[in-house]
Write a protein that binds this ligand. Structure first.
Ligand code: GLV
Length: 309
């Protein structure tokens, strides 16, 4: 009766320790330590080896180790009966909100620009933008996008959201569906992408959509690298349509050393650190879902396999 961790990216020990602390009665191990596949009931996964889950005949649930499930959903070999869950952690939403604020303020006050001038000991002042002078548009109005929107509104930003569906009523304007995307983009001077990556949202930040943003707009991608068409973003930066971009996520991670994003003066790169899951913070909901999965109870934060998130 085991809970097994399938990740080559995470340090496994802190996860095993946090899960065992929460539930000393449950056997927890890394997938390369499993001797009998039939005992594996629950998988905790991040970038698992593709196709592996069909080798565990009694697997009931695959839970992501983070908020995103694209790395699980893009595996076509997950048996039908296996339910998929994700992490919903208020800490992660707040971390993303704080990171978004840091990138917006960096942009408004030109901090990256001054860092470049510093390299040549250049003292040269430029006027800055104020919070009251920009409109933030958030793509993705689920739990995380909504939290970021509410947080940025509380900091004085004018915020709007866009999502696939109308969603719940909110205190800020919400646009939805492809029909309202242009209108949303045209009113957005700072775009924050927090969408889930699905076949529908892949490449959504492309030449056509980026051109709809007003000249001088700034793009912050905290969703997935696959949301951006890299060449189209580079072109919009190079032709001056966009003033800059802050990218935390990339199609290929780590970002390859020869990728042109690294050296681009208008791109701020961070290594997928806008929010980092803390094992101790999410262990209680993973253990709760383990117990629900083996008891055939409804899961917390169940993923809709049709929708892909
Ligand atoms: C991070 O990218 C996550 O999905 O939690």
């Amino acid at each position: 009766m085991s809970l097994v961790i399938f990740s080559k990216v995470h340090k496994i020990k802190p996860w095993i320790d946090a899960l065992k602390k929460e539930a000393p009665d449950i056997e927890v191990m890394a997938y390369d330590k499993v001797e009998d596949n039939s005992k594996v009931l629950f998988a905790l996964a991040w970038n698992h080896p593709r196709g592996i889950f069909k080798d565990y005949p009694n697997l009931k649930c695959v839970s992501s180790m983070g908020a995103g499930v694209d790395h699980i959903m893009f595996d076509p070999d997950i048996p039908e009966q296996v339910r998929i869950a994700r992490i919903v952690d208020p800490l992660l939403s707040q971390d993303l909100a704080e990171f978004a604020l840091s990138q917006i303020m960096n942009h408004l006050r030109g901090i990256t620009h001054y860092k470049l001038l510093q390299q040549d000991s250049t003292w040269k002042k430029s006027m800055y933008l104020r919070i009251s002078e920009v409109n933030v548009g958030i793509m993705g109005t689920g739990m995380i996008g909504n939290h970021v929107a509410t947080f940025l509104s509380s900091c004085g930003f004018s915020v709007a959201g866009w999502g696939k569906n109308p969603g719940k009523p909110a205190d800020y304007p919400r646009y939805h569906g492809t029909d309202q995307l242009d209108d949303f983009l045209q009113k957005t001077s700072i775009l924050i992408c927090l969408l889930p990556l699905t076949p529908d949202t892949k490449g959504i930040l492309n030449k056509e959509t980026l051109e709809k943003l007003p000249r001088g707009a700034f793009v912050i991608n905290l969703g997935r690298g696959g949301h951006v068409v890299d060449d189209d973003l580079m072109e919009a930066l190079n032709n001056g349509h966009l003033s800059g971009a802050s990218l935390d996520v990339f199609e290929q991670e780590p970002l390859p050393a020869d990728h042109p994003f690294w050296k681009h003066p208008k791109i701020q790169i961070t290594p997928h650190v806008a929010s980092l899951t803390t094992a101790a913070s999410v262990a209680p909901q993973i253990i709760e879902n383990y117990r629900r999965a083996i008891g055939n109870q409804p899961l917390l934060n169940l993923v809709n396999r049709e929708q892909g998130y």
